[in-house]
Structure formats: C-alpha cells, structure tokens
Design a protein around this ligand. Structure first.
Ligand SMILES: Cc1cc2nc3c(=O)[nH]c(=O)nc-3n(C[C@H](O)[C@H](O)[C@H](O)COP(=O)(O)OP(=O)(O)OC[C@H]3O[C@@H](n4cnc5c(N)ncnc54)[C@H](O)[C@@H]3O)c2cc1C
Length: 511
C-alpha cells in the first residue's frame, strides 16, 4: 500500500482521499485554505446562510458510490431532498416554463406552451440524450480518458455496436445545432441548450455528445442537501477522518518533487518536504504543470486548452421572500447568440445576461431570518482577460444584473436588500487558484474533441494523478467527484501492478 499525498481539498481531492483510504492506502491531504470543499464554500452573514459556489446537485449516485467504497450508505451521511420542478425559466417575452423530470409531463406542458412539434421534439431529444448518456456510461465514465483513442480501442472500433455509438455522437456537430434539429421553439431550445452552462461552455462550440447532460438530470433528478451544498464536503471530511486520512489545512503546496521519471513527494510553502509514493493533484491541471512542476510547455505540446467561463455571484439577504421564484430559476437573456458571443468570443460581460437565481429558503427556511430570502444570483462572465478590472467593474455590472432581474422576472430587489456580498472572477481566481478565474475548469470547446479533458493519470511522471474540474471527465459536482474516484482507482490499479479495472462497487450503481 502507498503513502499518497492529495493536493487540494475540493470535492475532487476529497473523493480521491476517501477512495484511496477506503482501499487501504495511507493518505495525507494538503489544503491551502482554512476549509475543505474548495468552491463548495459557505458564507454566513447577518443571519443569512449562502452557498458560495455550486448549488445544483445532479447525479447523486456518484457520491453514493464514493461512500459505498468504504461500505457506507450515503443516506446515513446526508439528507438529500429531491426538487421537482427542477428549474423555473423566465423568458424575455414575459412567459415562464417549469422544467420537470417527467418527460410525459413536459410533453403535456410543452404542447400547451408551444404546440405539438416542440413537445414531440423535446421527447425525441430526451430519447437521444438517453442514448448519449448510455454511451458515456459505457465508454467515457469511471476510467481515465484523455482522448478518443483511450475511449474506443482499435479492436472495439470494428464492432457494429461501437460504430453505432460513434455515429450517435454526431462528431463535428454542436450542442446548439443538435438541440435545434429537435426543438423548433427558440425559447425551449434556449432552455435545453443551457445545460452546456453546467460546463461553462458555448452551446454552438461544444460537441453534440454533451446533449447527454439533459438525460443525466431528468433520470436522476435535482437534489438539495439539507444544510446546503457545504454539507457534502462536511460529510466527505467526516468519512475521510473516519478512514484515517491525515488532513492539513492552511498547507500550501509549493512544488511536487520528482525525478525525471517519477514523483517523490511535495514541498510546502513553509519549506517542509514530505516524501510520498504518489500524488493526486486536485489543483487545476494546467496550473499543476505551470506552478508545481515547473513548466507547462510539454503539457501544452500535446494539446492547448482554453479556460471555461468565469462568473459574478451576488449574495443578497432580502427582507422578504420573492413568491414568483422556485428553488432554482433561470432568467434568460433575450438573445443567447449575442450573449454567448460576448462571453465566449469577445471576452466581455454580456449586456443582457442570463441570470441563475437560487432561492433555497423554499426548501430550508433556516437559511434566512423569518420570512426572509437568502438569494444567490450567478451570471456567467468571460474568463479573466488582461483588461478586466473587476473591483472597478463590479458596481456597474451589479446594476446590469438587478435591472435584468427586474425587467424579465419582475424582481424588484434593491429596496429589499438588508445585507449583501459578492464574488467576482478575480476572487474566484485567488480563492481557489484556478486558471484565469474559470469556474468550471477547461472549456468543452471543439466539435470533435471538446469533451476530452486531460486524463487522470500523468503520461509524464509515474505516481502523478489528476482530480478535479480541469481533468477527465470534467467540471460540476458529479463529474468532479467521479474524477477523484478515477484518479484514486488508477493509482490503486497501478500500485497493484494491474491495469485491469478493479471495480469494488459494480458499475451501474450510478444508473
Ligand atoms: C459560483 C459557482 C457556481 C457553481 N455552480 C455549480 C452547480 O450549481 N452545480 C455543480 O455541479 N457545479 C457547480 N459549480 C462547479 C463546481 O463547484 C466545481 O466543478 C467543483 O466544485 C470543483 O471542484 P474541484 O475539486 O475540481 O476544485 P476546487 O473546488 O477548486 O478545489 C481545489 C482545491 O485545491 C486547493 N489548492 C489549489 N492549489 C493548491 C496548492 N498548491 N496547495 C494546497 N491546496 C491547493 C484550493 O484551495 C481548493 O480548495 C460552480 C462553481 C462556482 C464557483
């Protein structure tokens, strides 16, 4: 068994640490901040409690699988509440549409909202999405993949089923064009292709295979952990401690030490040197190479990656509940093409942005003083460019956001605010040490290869693994947790001298 170091206590690092410890390895985790969970942080202010980062939990079976590695039941560790309707959509034409999990109910709703072509198209789209989800489960998830060649090996490529799967992926086509080939109503198409915002990427530049995200959500649902998202890292921390993981907070790793062939340990900012057999880095993959391994050239020679989008979050403690809101809401831009062009091509905040609004007091009243609302508003922005000066830009952009919420969702918030805080791309960059303030790691841009992120096993150094939103299979809580599991599994297999997948928990636990 190995002595393993995990750099970073985000959800990816915690998932790796728990999986490795459950398999008998000796694990030490280093986190530079004073809390675990990374972006899944919490803000308590004047009697209000806000999740600071992720709020939409999907595919909880991944979390379940991590607990099952240690023979534990997720339900003993977390109280998960299912939310259905999953979101409320507010459109620029003044209409609203609730997304519910049941495809039959959505068919009924869409028939009334837009007519049978859109209702039928939505149902066919979810069917297609289901196929893509199955392809991901079969070929993409639960193992280290860095590109198409890792996904389908040459022998399998000749099988009829495999070729069918490759064709179904519609390589070379985008999410936006695929969605619109099923769904004629522009508003419903805008709602459906917004799933690519879960990975911080433009729908017209992302590969069609990402249409599979829709079925992941309709199948397993949207969940809220009582206590807020921060209850997830708290439960993982408890699991890690029970399994004997040594946790060091305020421990900033300065460098990964290594020979030309293999990892030998880490060096902390304090100067301490720790000898290790292997390292899992939960720090951004590009920054791991640049900051901790001394250079990104060799890594970038294989492929150059672009950061995903960043974002501005307003945390607004309100005097009163806003009755038109559900727990999760999207207040959509009038023109998604113009919006995504600003964010993803021109590198400027959108003038008419889509706002994601989370109002968790509906599900857990304790997040705000009696009758109040702990409102969370997230707007995606470009990743940090040289000319972005967010301390100067924030006050003006706050006005743009509040005006958008007033105009499209009828939310008159200014007079209701009793306490307030915010998070800008620069804050995200500094707090979590990400690439150019990116919220979701690396963008999924590229209609052929956009879905592929760096694999979880370093091709350069033995004993080095990657977990987190910038590694395979990508960003968002379920994928990041899976990435932690894959990195741990790869390390465990390598330490046993076997590349045969040792699945302690049957695959399919997630479907
Ligand atoms: C505002 C916002 C909203 C989001 N909304 C959602 C959502 O609704 N649903 C969803 O699924 N996802 C959402 N996400 C994305 C989700 O939060 C991330 O994909 C996920 O939490 C990332 O986890 P991670 O483990 O990759 O990285 P992080 O959470 O960034 O953790 C990495 C950790 O490594 C530490 N670290 C880095 N370098 C070092 C070093 N050298 N030494 C020691 N420690 C180091 C950092 O301090 C950090 O704690 C959101 C993110 C944000 C910011």
């Amino acid at each position: 068994m190995k002595r393993v170091g995990v750099i970073g206590g985000g959800l990816g690092g915690l998932a790796s640490a728990c999986t490795l410890a459950a398999r008998g390895h000796s694990v030490v985790l280093f986190e530079k901040n004073g809390w675990l969970g990374g972006k899944a942080a919490v803000l308590e202010q004047d009697g209000f409690r806000f999740d600071m980062g992720p709020t939409i939990l999907t595919v909880p079976s991944v979390l379940k699988r991590i607990f099952a590695e240690a023979g534990r039941d997720l339900n003993d560790a977390l109280d998960l509440v299912r939310l259905d309707p999953q979101w409320r959509s507010f459109f620029d034409d003044g209409t609203t549409l609730d997304l519910v999990a049941s495809v039959d109910s959505m068919h009924q709703t869409l028939s009334e909202y837009s007519g049978s072509a859109t209702a039928d198209g939505y149902a066919r789209f979810i069917d297609y999405s289901k196929r893509l989800h199955r392809i991901s489960e079969n070929w993409f998830f639960w193992r280290s993949i860095g590109g198409l060649r890792d996904m389908f090996d040459a022998r399998n490529m000749t099988k009829a089923g495999t070729l069918g799967d490759v064709l179904a992926m519609r390589m070379g086509r985008s999410v936006a064009s695929t969605v619109r080939s099923f769904v004629p109503d522009a508003r419903v198409a805008q709602m459906v292709d917004h799933f690519t915002q879960y990975v911080g990427s433009a729908p017209d530049a992302s590969p069609a295979v990402l249409c599979g995200i829709a079925h992941m959500q309709t199948q397993e649902g949207v969940w809220y952990p009582r206590g807020g998202t921060a209850a997830i890292p708290a439960a993982l921390q408890k699991l890690a401690e029970d399994l004997g993981v040594e946790i060091h907070l305020g421990a900033d790793v300065r460098r990964i030490t290594h020979t030309s062939a293999k990892v030998t340990g880490v060096e902390l900012k304090s100067g301490a040197q720790i000898k290790l057999d292997a390292v899992v880095s939960n720090s951004d993959v590009v920054r791991t190479h640049r900051d901790l391994l001394g250079g990104v050239k060799k890594f970038e020679r294989r492929r150059k990656y672009e950061p995903a989008c960043s974002g501005v979050v307003l945390y607004l403690g309100l005097r009163r509940r806003q009755p038109q809101l559900l727990h999760h809401n999207f207040v959509f831009s009038a023109d998604p093409h113009e919006e995504f062009d600003a964010i993803y091509r021109r590198g400027e905040p959108a003038e008419d942005p889509t706002c994601y609004v989370c109002a968790p007091a509906r599900t857990e009243s304790g997040v705000a003083p009696a009758g109040g609302e702990a409102l969370y508003v997230l707007v995606h922005t470009p990743y940090l460019r040289g000319h972005h000066d967010w301390p100067r830009m924030l006050p003006g952009y706050r006005e743009v956001i509040l005006e958008k919420l007033r105009r499209t969702a009828g939310l008159e918030l200014e007079a209701e605010v009793v306490t307030e805080s915010s998070l800008t791309p620069l804050d995200i960059h500094n707090r979590y040490r990400v690439l150019k303030g990116a919220i979701y790691g690396l963008a999924s841009h590229g209609k052929w290869t956009g879905a592929f992120k760096p694999g979880n096993r370093s091709p350069d150094l033995r004993g080095l693994y990657f977990a987190g939103g910038a590694a395979h299979p990508g960003p968002g809580m379920p994928m990041v947790l899976m990435s932690g599991w894959i990195a741990a599994d790869a390390l465990d297999m390598d330490s046993a001298g076997s590349r045969t997948v040792r699945r302690r928990v049957p695959v399919g636990a997630s479907s």
